[in-house]
Design a binder for this molecule. Structure first.
Ligand SMILES: Nc1ncnc2c1ncn2[C@@H]1O[C@H](COP(=O)(O)OP(=O)(O)OP(=O)(O)O)[C@@H](O)[C@H]1O
Length: 645
C-alpha cells in the first residue's frame, strides 16, 4: 500500500474507533452501527450485482436467515457470540448456493423474479416455523457476551467496526485477485469465460456463496444490534433498498457500498426532519455545482449535460425551504432520487466522482504495478516453446453431424489437424465453419460423431474443461470483457496459472503475492507479444477494433494452448492491421502452437496455411495444400469462383 493510502486508512480507522468516545448519544452510535451492518451486506451484494452482473432480490431473505440463525441459536441453545456468527455465515452461505442455482439457468428479469420468490419463501418460512423462530411474535435477545462480559453499546460498536473492516479488506482482496476477475469476466462474456477455462457455473456459485456469507454476518449483527427480530423486517422493500443502495453508491466499489449504506440509513431519518433536509439539500446543490464545474473545466462533461443535475439539485434545495414538512413527499423524493440516479449517475456517486475528479481506478493502478514488476527485472516469457510437430495428429474430428432442427449445419465432417501446422478452414457464408469451432470448443454438443484431442475424446466435456486441456479460441464477433482492462483480460486467460485459494488470497500470503506479480508480468509479456503493452491499463471496450482482435489473441495465448482456433481474425481490419496480424500468427507458429484458421481473406489463408479444408453447406468438399485447393473445381464453383469473378 502506498504511504498516502496507508495514512488515510489509519486515520479512517482511528476516527471510527474514536467515534463512540467522542459521541456519547446512543442514538448516533446506533445509527453508525446500522450503517456498518448494511455496508457489510452491500459489499457482498456488489459482488453479485456489480461484478457478476446478476440481479438479486433475495438478499433481504439472506439477511433474515443470518438474523434468525443468531436468534434461534441464542434462544434455544444460548450459544456464544463467535459460534453464532460463524454459524450465521456458514448457514447463510449454504442458502446462497441454493439461490445461485436459478442464476445458472436464467438471467435478467427472470432471475430477479426467481430471487424475489426466494426472499418471499424465506420470509414465509420464518413466519410459519414458529417452533424454531417464534413466528410473528419475533425473538428478543440481548447484546452479545464475550466470554463472561456483556458488551455495552460502545463495545458492540467496536465489534461491528472490526467485523466491517475485516469484511471490507476480505472483499477488496478477493475482488482484486484472480477470483474477483472471474466474477467480472462472467458479466463481460460468459461464453468467453468458459472458453478461457473459467467455469461460469462454478464462479457464479462462488459469487453467490461469498455474497450470502456476508449477508449472514450482517444479519446476525443486526439481530444483536436491534435486540429484537421479527419476520416483517426482511421484506420486499428492504431488498429493493439494498439493490438501490448498491447502484446509488456506485457498482464495483467499496466506497460506493459505504456511501450506499449511509444513504440507506440516513435518508428515512433525513426525511423526518425538514430542518435537516434543507441543510442537506443545500449542501448537495453546492457539491453538484462544484463537481460539475470541475468536470466541465476538465472537458469531462458538456454544459448541456450538466444543466439538468445542476438545475435539479438547486430546485430541490429551493423547494425544501417552501415546504413545512415532508411526510406527504417521502415517496416522491425516493422516486426523484431513483430517476436522477438512473439517468445521470449510472455508475453511482463514486463513478461520477471518479470521472469528475479524474481519479485513477484500481485496474489502471494494477496495470502500472505490472509494468513496475516487469521493469523490476521480473521478465516473463510470453509463450513457452512447444515440442516441434512430428506430423502426428493433434485433433481428430470424425463424422461430425450438427443438426439445428431440420438444418444440418455440419454433415458428416471429418477434420484431421496435424501438430505444428496452420490448418485453414474456409467456405462461403453459412457453410458451417463457426459451428465447427463451437463443436470443437464444447459450446455445441454434436448430434453425432466424435472429436478427439491428443488421442482423447472431448465430446460431452464442458467448454472450460476443453479449454484447460489445451484448446484456446478467439471469436468471430469479438468477445472481450469490455469493462476490464487489456491486462485484466489477459489475466483471465492466465487464470489456470493461479494456484492460491480463497484463504491465501484473503490473508494476502507471500506465496500469493509472488504468484500475482509473476502472472502480471507474464500478462504484460503476452500483451507485448501482440504489440499492446502500451494500452495495458485501457478498458478493452475503448480499444479500436483491430486492437481488440489482437487482445483476444493475447488472451487466448494466455491459456498456453497447444491448439489455437482463430475465427476470422482479419475480419474488419485495415491493410496495415492485417500485415501485423500475419506477422503475429507466424510468430505463434514458430513457438510450435498448432492453429486452425477460419478466414475469408484468401491472401491470408494462402500465405499462412499448410493445409486447407473447405466446407460448403455443412459438408467438406475439398482438402489439401492451399495451391491444390485453390485449383479445385468444386471449390472454385462453391466459393473462390464467386470471388474471382
Ligand atoms: N445456434 C444455431 N441455431 C440454429 N442455426 C444455427 C445455429 N448456429 C448456426 N446455425 C446455422 O448453421 C449454418 C452454419 O452457420 P455458421 O455460422 O457455422 O457458418 P459460417 O460458415 O461460420 O458462416 P460465416 O462465414 O457467415 O460466419 C447457418 O445456416 C446458420 O444459420
Amino acid at each position: 500500500m502506498k504511504t498516502k493510502n496507508l495514512i488515510a486508512a489509519v486515520a479512517g480507522v482511528a476516527l471510527l474507533a474514536a467515534f463512540p468516545l467522542a459521541v456519547t448519544n446512543p442514538y448516533y452510535i446506533h445509527l453508525l452501527v446500522t450503517i456498518m451492518i448494511y455496508a457489510i451486506v452491500l459489499f457482498g451484494l456488489d459482488i453479485v450485482v456489480g461484478y457478476t452482473g446478476q440481479v438479486s432480490l433475495g438478499h433481504a431473505g439472506l439477511f433474515g436467515v443470518g438474523a434468525y440463525v443468531i436468534g434461534t441459536l441464542t434462544m434455544h441453545l444460548g450459544a456464544p457470540v463467535l459460534v453464532c456468527l460463524a454459524a450465521a455465515i456458514a448457514i447463510t452461505a449454504i442458502f446462497g448456493a441454493l439461490l445461485a442455482l436459478p442464476a445458472l439457468r436464467v438471467t435478467g428479469p427472470y432471475l430477479a423474479m426467481v430471487t424475489l420468490a426466494f426472499g418471499t419463501i424465506i420470509q414465509i418460512l420464518i413466519n410459519e416455523m414458529d417452533f424454531l423462530t417464534s413466528g410473528p411474535m419475533g425473538i428478543t435477545l440481548s447484546r452479545p457476551m464475550l466470554l463472561t462480559h456483556q458488551l455495552d453499546e460502545r463495545e458492540f460498536f467496536w465489534l461491528v467496526a472490526v467485523l466491517m473492516l475485516a469484511s471490507l479488506v476480505f472483499v477488496d482482496r478477493v475482488l482484486h485477485s484472480h477470483l474477483g476477475r472471474t466474477f467480472e469476466a462472467l458479466r463481460g462474456s460468459p461464453v468467453a469465460s468458459d472458453c478461457m477455462g473459467v467455469s461460469v457455473y462454478r464462479y457464479k456459485v462462488y459469487a453467490f456463496v461469498i455474497s450470502a456469507g456476508l449477508a449472514g454476518l450482517a444479519g446476525g449483527l443486526y439481530a444483536y444490534s436491534e435486540q429484537y427480530i421479527s419476520p416483517n423486517t426482511y421484506n420486499f422493500e428492504l431488498t429493493v433498498l439494498f439493490l438501490l443502495a448498491v447502484i446509488m453508491g456506485g457498482r464495483k466499489s467499496r466506497a460506493g457500498s459505504l456511501i450506499g449504506a449511509t444513504i440507506l440509513v440516513m435518508l428515512p431519518n433525513l426525511l423526518d426532519d425538514i430542518g435537516q433536509f434543507r441543510v442537506v439539500a443545500s449542501v448537495l446543490a453546492l457539491l453538484v455545482l462544484v463537481s460539475v464545474g470541475v468536470a466541465i473545466r476538465r472537458g469531462k462533461m458538456t454544459v448541456k449535460a450538466a444543466a439538468v443535475p445542476v438545475v435539479g439539485s438547486i430546485a430541490l434545495a429551493l423547494v425544501s425551504f417552501t415546504l413545512s414538512g415532508l411526510a406527504d413527499w417521502r415517496l416522491t423524493i425516493y422516486g426523484l432520487i431513483t430517476l436522477f440516479i438512473v439517468y445521470y449517475l449510472q455508475d453511482g456517486i463514486v463513478g461520477f466522482l471518479r470521472v469528475a475528479l479524474n481519479l485513477r481506478t484500481g485496474a489502471a493502478a494494477a496495470a502500472a504495478e505490472a509494468r513496475a514488476a516487469a521493469a523490476d527485472g521480473l521478465q516473463a516469457q510470453a509463450l513457452t516453446v512447444q515440442a516441434a510437430g512430428s506430423g502426428e495428429t493433434l485433433l481428430d474430428a470424425k463424422q461430425v453431424l450438427m443438426q439445428f432442427g431440420g438444418l444440418k449445419a455440419l454433415n458428416q465432417v471429418d477434420l484431421n489437424v496435424k501438430r505444428g501446422t496452420i490448418h485453414g478452414l474456409i467456405g462461403p457464408n453459412g457453410s458451417g465453419k463457426s459451428t465447427m469451432m463451437n463443436v470443437l470448443t464444447g459450446i455445441y454438443m454434436p448430434t453425432a460423431g466424435t472429436v478427439a484431442f491428443k488421442g482423447r475424446e472431448v465430446n460431452g466435456r464442458s467448454s472450460s474443461q476443453i479449454a484447460l486441456s489445451g484448446i484456446a479460441r478467439t471469436f468471430q464477433n469479438v468477445q472481450l470483457f469490455g469493462e476490464m482492462t487489456a491486462l485484466q483480460n489477459v489475466q483471465v486467460g492466465l487464470h489456470h496459472a493461479y494456484k492460491s485459494n480463497l484463504l491465501q488470497v484473503a490473508l494476502s500470503l507471500p506465496g500469493f503475492k509472488r504468484e500475482r506479480r509473476a502472472n502480471a508480468a507474464r500478462a504484460l509479456a503476452l500483451l507485448e507479444f501482440v504489440g499492446l503493452a502500451d494500452v495495458a491499463g485501457e478498458e478493452a471496450r475503448n480499444l479500436p477494433y483491430g486492437r481488440q482482435r489482437l487482445l483476444e489473441i493475447a488472451r487466448a495465448l494466455a491459456l498456453d494452448p497447444e491448439l489455437l482456433l482463430l475465427d476470422e481474425p482479419a475480419a474488419g481490419l485495415t491493410a496495415p492491421d492485417i500485415a501485423e496480424l500475419l506477422a503475429i500468427i507466424k510468430k505463434i507458429r514458430e513457438t510450435g502452437v498448432t492453429v486452425i484458421l477460419i478466414e475469408h481473406h484468401m491472401d491470408v489463408v494462402m500465405s499462412l496455411c499448410d493445409t486447407v479444408s473447405v466446407l460448403d453447406f455443412g459438408q467438406k468438399i475439398a482438402e489439401g495444400e492451399p495451391a491444390a485447393v485453390q485449383a479445385n473445381e468444386k471449390v472454385i464453383e462453391a466459393y473462390l469462383g464467386g470471388q474471382a469473378a
